[in-house]
Design a protein around this ligand. Structure first.
Ligand SMILES: CC(C)(COP(=O)(O)OP(=O)(O)OC[C@H]1O[C@@H](n2cnc3c(N)ncnc32)[C@H](O)[C@@H]1OP(=O)(O)O)[C@@H](O)C(=O)NCCC(=O)NCCS
Length: 144
């Protein structure tokens, strides 16, 4: 069977997934148009021709060096605990246009932290609020 890649359908499914399940700390409404026109490159993970998860790559300058920020990771609840987030983090490292790649994950997001570490990311800096650690900056390296 030949499955035709349908950009509009995939953008719509990514927007739906992010609207329903993303872990953003601020309210945001994703639309297929925003996904397609965004400066974030979304990698969709398809299972039986449907988006089961996605991850975003954003080009930024960090500490005066070009870097890639990994963001907007989400896995459909029907497909969780099957290693898809780990796979998406690995894919993000592979697809990163820069050697430096990082993401910020809140401390309470154990699943995301574990998946990132399994994919080869390493915790480097803590983010604190009123002396309490609230999240980690986690770094990957394409050459590791
Ligand atoms: C976090 C999230 C992406 C994890 O996706 P996933 O595909 O289930 O992750 P993986 O299967 O790769 O999990 C890797 C490991 O993390 C741990 N883990 C995953 N989800 C967990 C949870 N809810 N609680 C505790 N540990 C968890 C497990 O050890 C798991 O391995 P195991 O199933 O072999 O024990 C998913 O729960 C999700 O989409 N959450 C909402 C959005 C979100 O939080 N995005 C990340 C923002 S940084």
């Amino acid at each position: 069977m030949i499955v035709k890649y349908n950009e509009d359908k995939i953008a719509k499914e990514i927007a739906n997934l992010l609207n329903k399940y993303s872990d953003l700390s601020y309210p945001f409404k994703f639309t297929p148009q925003l996904i397609k026109g965004s400066n974030i490159k979304y990698l969709p993970l398809l299972v039986i021709n449907k988006v089961a998860g996605c991850i975003g790559l954003k080009s930024v300058i960090r500490n005066a060096i070009p870097a890639t920020e990994v963001c907007h990771l989400v896995v459909d609840p029907n497909f969780r605990r099957k290693g898809l987030a780990t796979l998406l983090y690995k894919w993000a490292i592979k697809m990163s246009p820069t050697k430096n790649i990082f993401c910020y994950i809140r401390t309470n997001n154990i699943g995301s932290i574990k998946a990132a570490e399994r994919a080869g990311f390493i915790k480097k800096h803590e983010r604190r609020y009123k002396k309490r650690v609230i999240g980690f900056y986690i770094y990957g390296d394409k050459n590791e």
